[in-house]
Design a protein around this ligand. Structure first.
Ligand code: NAD
Ligand code: UDP
Length: 310
């Protein structure tokens, strides 16, 4: 049994991670500023004596004693991370420095939730970890893309300079129950629109691709990475390599919800990547991990969740 800190623990991925680590018998400290996360996501855990919820913003230093750190804090939806881009890059840089400082002081392992966005608008498909990416350093997504690249840099420098045991996972589009209704990412947008009988807002012509991973698979991959040998730092891709166009996703969700909604085509946001698909060979080899939940099975559970919430 360990005392584990999860920054961003009241968010979508963080709350699933809190649940999983509690189930394994650990004590979990969930730290969040509730920007995109919510107490509702962890309300059911508050009765558990091994669970603690702390309101704090990671851009400010904090001092607690733990055995392990998952640094998940950062808005992940383009709508939210572009709302206050300066805050986004501060969270990634100052927040990562503060959590790394804690890992250094306590001599404990720290995992960073990085992202497929470090590959930018990639000119290779699928993306493997040795691809350095094609990121616009001055675009509207760079607060997030470059923020996470700086966070990865900090992880490696704290490792090289201060011997901190670091772990980097590059998370590809993940979806599932507890995404916020107003999250703004494509899966939750389309499901909520379909259930409300509104048009599904496809950006561009919908030919851009993404590969969607169900949250339980992702949580499992993240926990396996933390448990891997100390000399495996990553970065390691985690995601489901099944690639779909956004138009295909919209049609699938309309069919599965039995909705009468139509599809409306809207302007494509600036720097929106045209393709994205993880090469997960490394995760297979080092973590014996691969996703088990296919798109329709995962969508079924997610649709059921949103039906209940709505
Ligand atoms: P989310 O927005 O639901 O969760 C992020 C959480 O971090 C929220 O609870 C938010 O309130 C909290 N937070 C944000 N800034 C903070 C700050 N300065 N101090 C303290 N807490 C703060 O997003 P998510 O999908 O759960 O993503 C979690 C992590 O995984 C993020 O770091 C994100 O970049 C990364 N990630 C997610 C995906 C995905 O598809 N879900 C893909 C790539 C990377
Ligand atoms: N998208 C869309 N309609 C929406 C939301 C998103 O067509 O209502 C598109 C978006 O332009 C992108 C893809 O879906 O091409 C995935 O977007 P998301 O915001 O989920 O994540 P991203 O992978 O871009 O970070």
């Amino acid at each position: 049994m360990k005392r584990i800190l999860i920054t961003g623990g009241a968010g979508f991925l963080g709350s699933h991670l809190c649940e999983r680590l509690l189930e394994e018998g650990n004590e979990v400290l969930c730290l969040d500023n509730f920007f995109t996360g919510s107490k509702n996501n962890v309300m059911h855990l508050l009765r558990n004596a091994s669970f603690e919820l702390i309101r704090h913003d990671i851009i400010n230093p904090f001092f607690i004693e733990v055995d392990q750190i998952y640094n998940m804090a950062c808005p992940a939806s383009p709508v939210h991370y572009q709302y206050n881009p300066i805050k986004t890059i501060k969270t990634n840089v100052m927040g990562t420095i503060n959590t790394l400082g804690m890992a250094k002081r306590l001599r404990v392992k720290i995992l960073l939730a990085s992202t497929s966005e470090v590959y930018g608008n990639p000119d290779v498909n699928p993306q493997s970890e040795d691809y350095w990416g094609r990121v616009n350093p001055i675009g509207v997504r760079s607060c997030y893309d470059e923020g996470k690249r700086a966070a990865e840099c900090l992880m490696m420098d704290y490792h090289r300079q201060n011997n901190v045991t670091v772990k980097i996972v590059r998370i590809f589009n993940t979806y599932g129950p507890r995404m916020a209704l107003n999250d703004g990412r494509v899966v939750s947008n389309f499901i909520v629109q379909a259930l409300r009988g509104k048009d599904l807002t496809v950006y561009g012509d919908g030919s851009q691709t993404r590969a969607f991973c169900y949250v339980d698979d992702m949580t499992d991959g993240i926990v396996r990475m933390m448990a891997s040998p100390d000399d495996f730092l990553g970065p390691v891709n985690l995601g489901n390599p099944e690639e779909f166009s956004i138009l295909e996703l919209a049609e699938t969700i309309i069919r599965m919800t039995g909705s009468k909604s139509k599809i409306s085509f809207n302007p494509l946001p600036q720097d929106d990547p045209t393709q994205r698909k993880p090469d997960i060979t490394l995760a297979g080899k080092m973590l014996e991990w691969e996703p088990k939940v296919g798109l329709e099975e995962g969508l079924e559970k997610t649709i059921a969740y949103f039906r209940k919430v709505l």
